[in-house]
Design a protein around this ligand. Sequence first.
Ligand code: SAH
Length: 246
Amino acid sequence: MTGRLSIVGLGPGAPGLMAPDAQAALAQATDILGYQPYVARIPARPGLRLHPSDNREELDRARHAIALAQGGARVVVVSSGDPGVFAMAAAVFEALESVPTAEPPRIEVIPGITAMLAAAARCGAPLGHDFCAINLSDNLKPAGVIAHRIRHAALGGFAMGFYNPRSPARPDGFARALAVLRETCEPERIVIFARAVSTPEEAITVTTLAEAREDMADMRTVVLIGNPQTRRVGGWTYTPRSWAGA
Ligand code: SAH
């Protein structure tokens, strides 16, 4: 018997921001795997086995999930936000590639609302024009690549979303990101710190590059950088859909 492996995005936090298909996969699951705080968001019920693990164990977790599904289980691997954004979906396919199996399980990827889009919606429409997402963690790529991408995104006029901006293990990466932005962007550039969006601890700060400080970000914050035309209207922040001069 071949089971099923669903790779599910839980959204940014609020239950109402989770897709009905994600809720259905969770309701049918026999086994749930994921980083411990995300698995903790799933209520226990009889017949459901929870397998929380550390956040550095993504490939092992993915291999475990594949093996359980091959054994006939209905497995759900959970990520916060969207599972394809700096999360478990790519890890599962990497595991599949590195351990070719006779019969791969049925796999489905169920999308979720990623942090930068949830944060943007809270503020108005700061990502109304072209934008990109950059993971500031240097666990899986060199710091030089991060600086290069930020510089070129800024030169290209993109708005940006920074994930994993700052953690106790990586106290300096976000300061370096701000330094790169200060070389390429004007001091008035809008910077948004969106922490724990859609949870009871939500806190949003809209400021400028001149006023932004590294201690305004932590592991639960996504940082949005506007494009040169991002502006405020009333209490809202938005980026016009047309590029000035177009
Ligand atoms: N797959 C997730 C991202 C995982 S990386 C997604 O699509 O959102 C973890 C980073 O996501 C955090 O360091 C933070 O930058 C961001 N993040 C996740 N949930 C968040 C939330 N509710 N509010 C603000 N940022 C969040």
